[in-house]
Design a protein around this ligand. Sequence first.
Ligand code: NI
Length: 341
Amino acid sequence: MKKQILREKHKRVTGKKRIAGLLLALLFGLCTQTALAQELPEGYHWVSEGGPSGAKLVDGQGNEVDYATLLQENPNLANGASGPAALETADAQQQQTDEAKESESLGTETETEQETNAQQETDAETESEEANNDNPRGIDPQKPMVALTFDDGPYAPVGNRIMDVMQQYNSRCTFFVVGERVPLYTKELRRMVEEGFEIANHTQNHKYLNKLGAAAIRSQVEQCNAAVASVTGVTPTLVRLPGGNSSRTVLANVNYPIILWSIDTKDWSHRNTQKTIDIVKSKVKDGDIILMHELYTATAAATEQLVPWLVEQGYQLVTVSELIAYKGVTVQPNTIYHSFH
Ligand code: NI
């Protein structure tokens, strides 16, 4: 149903897009240079230091910088023209330019194809809604499967690489995102939803929930869910605790299933592609939940090698929610899960 709504939406905008296409192509061509010129000050970059935590902006000396203050001082960074969204913005502009060219050359063929697809989907849904909607990738519940999970994003330069390789191997994964980063990467988040990746909740500000009171814990979770829903229309159903830190109060106030992990790659700590690969290869088994982080190019590179390897070993790569469903488990709120073996 959700897919169909998205498809309808897509169809509606296609016409307008085509008309605006050439104009946009021209306009973006002119704008791209300006946008790229307004990058973060030299040496500034986003990191996750001192354990698995949310991204922090640091200057060339590694001193933490408040992004909100930087935005005030450099208004040109706003609106995704630069700052952490710079790469994504440039990518988006390129993609829209490409799309404009594409729709021009494909003409009505694209539209006809979409109509046919939509019709076929409606037919299939009527015949076997379950088969079509619940198992679109033909996952075999009898065969091994694992869930790769990526925390602390969104972060488009890494997230898009992860999604690209997943797509190539008919695979999906779960992104546990931090709510305060959601407005910076809206396009990436919409891609996740449109392509069947799962967005899950990693709190609003990546605070260790065991240090907070009941109301603040609930607020951290609900704010993140609201942020994701406002951008994608989809509300996350699973929560991962920052640092994995729990307490009796945390358990009592996180009213969703809490998903931790069975394999910790420690990618945030060593930032080494081969180490991440070796840890997964030496430990992986059916039903595992593998912890990685979306912030590092080393992790993107590791994923690009791990996905084909895992598929070759016979593992199906699924989201956490898919893992739960295909393993036939019923999960409960206020409860911690490490794996679904
Ligand atoms: Ni984290």
